[in-house]
Design a protein around this ligand. Structure first.
Ligand SMILES: NC(=O)c1ccc[n+]([C@@H]2O[C@H](COP(=O)([O-])OP(=O)(O)OC[C@H]3O[C@@H](n4cnc5c(N)ncnc54)[C@H](O)[C@@H]3O)[C@@H](O)[C@H]2O)c1
Length: 338
């Protein structure tokens, strides 16, 4: 079977699991993941709490295609407070993509990060254990490593933002459940994901909007900070392959293959939009990472993870989405069940 948004052919053998709960289903990664799963014929329960991390209309837009798919059911619930048991009935696999994300702004709203990323996770794990799920995949982050995220999973974890701290604590909470209860958790550390539907607080999203509207482009710091960004299709494929290919209690880096400086990305984005960038340097933001470059050999060995989308074509896909779908997203327009 094949699933693709980028023109890249993704061949995945039909999965042995039939009912999957994806949390954060209205988010950037969660919505793509749900689409890939329904494309494989899997029944998907998409749980979404519409927490105010960014405007709800983006998340409603992300859900549009899914709401027209009979294999998808949207559950509007908050991991922090709602009864989760009814939504786990008959579920084989849980993929937790729900979190309050973003490094720099976590300094100004620590409670939201602690509540969503830890209390919410703890409640989801308890309900998943009670339901006897077969696998639990946790979306974690390269932010657990700290200012530089280079190397393999043994690199020191010294987060430099409350977001990174909650992500690391979430990993440790899961590992405690693995150790004490044999909970079947697999942890994935995503390295900055990009592509269509990227969150509006993320660098490429804001840069494309500034370029598209002929505004000065605000680059924090010297612009030499680098990322091994991961195209969304690669991230989704790695996540699906980790369900069965990842070992319980193990942590895997999922990153893109190419490390690129921010100013290089600016050039590619400007070229894709056919504009000349007016770069304005702003002070570096606290909690921002300087360099990320994932060593993905553990994921490659365990479940054949190999990112295939290069930055030029991946960024072009994201630019296309901004100039078509996002440009049309002026007002909320989708009725979502209350
Ligand atoms: N996008 C990236 O580059 C990236 C990088 C590293 C890690 N991650 C992690 O991957 C996951 C997905 O990231 P994303 O970029 O899609 O984020 P996102 O904000 O677009 O999606 C997360 C979704 O979870 C929902 N949510 C949050 N708290 C909830 C709660 N208490 N109850 C129910 N729903 C809740 C939000 O409303 C949102 O729609 C997150 O865990 C994030 O930390 C993402």
């Amino acid at each position: 079977m094949e699933a693709s948004r980028s023109g890249v052919r993704i061949s995945i053998v039909p999965p042995p699991w039939q009912r999957v709960l994806v949390t954060g289903a209205g988010g950037f990664v969660g919505s793509h993941l749900c689409e890939a799963l329904t494309g494989l014929g899997v029944e998907v329960i998409g749980l979404e709490g519409f927490v105010p991390s960014y405007p709800r209309r983006y998340k409603e837009h992300n859900l549009e295609r899914l709401l027209a798919d009979r294999r998808f059911t949207l559950v509007q619930a908050d991991l922090r407070t709602d009864d989760l048991a009814p939504h786990l009935d008959g579920v084989d696999v849980v993929i937790n993509e729900a979190a309050f994300p973003g490094l720099p702004r976590s300094w100004s709203d620590v409670p939201s990060y602690v509540d969503c990323n830890l209390t919410g996770l703890s409640r989801l794990v308890d309900a998943s254990r009670a339901a006897g799920v077969r696998r639990f995949v946790q979306a974690s982050s390269s932010a657990v490593y700290g200012a530089t995220a280079c190397g393999d999973e043994q690199a020191p974890t010294r987060p430099i933002s409350p977001y990174g701290v909650t992500e690391l604590a979430a990993e440790n909470l899961l590992l405690a459940h693995v150790h004490v209860h044999g909970f079947p958790a697999v942890i994935l550390r995503y390295f900055s994901i990009y592509g269509p539907r990227q969150r509006p607080d993320m660098a490429y999203h804001t840069m494309i909007e500034q370029l598209r509207h002929d505004l000065p482009l605000h680059v924090f710091g010297d612009g030499r900070q680098s990322r091994s960004n991961t195209y969304i299709d690669d991230g989704v494929r790695g996540t699906l392959d980790a369900i069965d290919g990842g070992s319980i209690g193990e942590v895997y880096n999922l990153g893109g293959g190419v490390e690129m400086e921010l100013l290089e990305a600016v050039e590619l984005l400007a070229a894709a939009l056919g504009v000349r960038p007016q770069v304005r340097h702003e002070p570096a933001r606290i909690g921002d990472q300087r360099r990320t470059h994932a060593d993905i050999s553990k994921a490659t060995e365990a479940f054949g993870f190999r990112p295939v989308v290069d930055p030029e074509s991946g960024l072009r896909q994201q630019v296309n989405w901004h100039t078509t779908e996002l440009a049309a997203l002026a007002e909320p327009r989708l009725p979502v069940p209350a």
